[in-house]
Design a protein around this ligand. Structure first.
Ligand SMILES: Nc1nc2c(c(=O)[nH]1)N[C@@H](CN(C=O)c1ccc(C(=O)N[C@@H](CCC(=O)O)C(=O)O)cc1)CN2
Length: 284
């Protein structure tokens, strides 16, 4: 695979954006290997993601940023460019449930998840041996009603010390405080074990069982202050019926959770997820 730069853009929609960007790239010999764009006519916002062969351009990211900035300013763009050779640093967080952590660590070890995992943080020690078996440092930060401020100050220090650009809540069952949601906006990804907006909060499978639904699912979303209400990255479902107990639903849901979290994280790592307000455009 040739190393690529990924250019993502969000800006007010108007005529000529695709031409302007493509002409800029062509002017420098830029070889576009994947192109996606979308116009949201409701909010008149334009979204674009281009992958460009790194060796087709005569300069690196810093010079690209300097050269492209006048266009970005003219079109009032929110934009970023990233290098496929720079692996994102992902801190994983968990509690007691192992399935999502095991799945992510296996996909990482097999090379499917192209990222670095400098650290795992947990409010329990149940998964310590599993994580350390994969050669990843594990830090136990207990969270109780009487130590939340200290606990989250330590978690913030650990995330910053790890120079993480992404945090994944792999069934981490504590509420992230508002200040951290704001500081790491669109950088914290959670897997919620229901087909949101149904059954937000704790024990969604028991809520689903009590309601008698025929579909259960999982939702991968960015974390916001409001619980389970952040921009959705991916979702999936599985059919259930009157024969399934709540425990059966927990078991069936695990496979959906693993698949949805891995897919959502993969797209995030590939800069395929653009956030606008409380929604996403996913160029997958
Ligand atoms: N600020 C946010 N923090 C977290 C979110 C979020 O969307 N915004 N998602 C959760 C994960 N989650 C469901 O997906 C979830 C986690 C925890 C709870 C909950 O009620 N926890 C209880 C304590 C439970 C315990 O100690 O075992 C609580 O904190 O009082 C509901 C939903 C992760 N964090």
């Amino acid at each position: 695979m040739h190393p690529t730069y990924t250019l993502t853009i969000s800006c007010p929609d108007r005529v000529g954006i695709v031409a302007k960007v493509s002409n800029f790239l062509a002017m420098y010999g830029g070889w576009i290997t994947e192109a996606n764009h979308h116009s949201d006519l409701e909010v008149q916002q334009f979204f674009m993601r281009h992958e460009i062969r790194a060796d087709s351009l005569p300069f690196g990211l810093d010079a690209f940023r300097t050269a492209f900035s006048p266009i970005a300013k003219e079109y009032d763009m929110q934009w970023q460019i990233s290098d496929s050779q720079t692996r994102k640093r992902v801190v994983l967080m968990c509690s007691k449930e192992a399935h999502c952590m095991v799945d992510l660590l296996h996909r990482w070890q097999s090379g499917e998840l192209a990222c670095d995992i400098p650290l795992v943080i947990s409010n329990h020690q149940d998964l310590q041996d599993l994580v350390e078996w994969h050669g990843i440092p594990f830090v136990h930060v207990p969270v109780r009603k009487d130590n939340k401020a200290e606990a989250y100050a330590e978690i913030e220090r650990l995330i910053d010390e790890a120079q993480a650009d992404t945090v994944v809540l792999a069934r981490y069952m504590q509420i992230i405080p508002p200040a951290l949601c704001e500081k790491y906006a669109h950088q914290i990804i959670n897997i919620h074990h229901s087909f949101l907006p149904s059954f937000a909060g704790a024990k969604p499978y028991h809520q689903a069982y009590e309601r008698g639904v025929k579909l259960i699912g999982a939702t991968c979303h960015y974390v916001t202050e409001e619980l389970d209400a952040g921009p959705i990255i991916d979702q999936d479902i599985v059919r259930v019926n009157h024969r399934q107990t709540a425990a059966d639903m927990v078991r069936l849901g695990r496979d959906v959770e693993k698949a949805v979290l891995a897919r959502g994280l993969m797209w995030h790592l590939q800069d395929r997820v653009l956030v606008h307000g409380n929604k996403t455009v996913v160029f997958n």
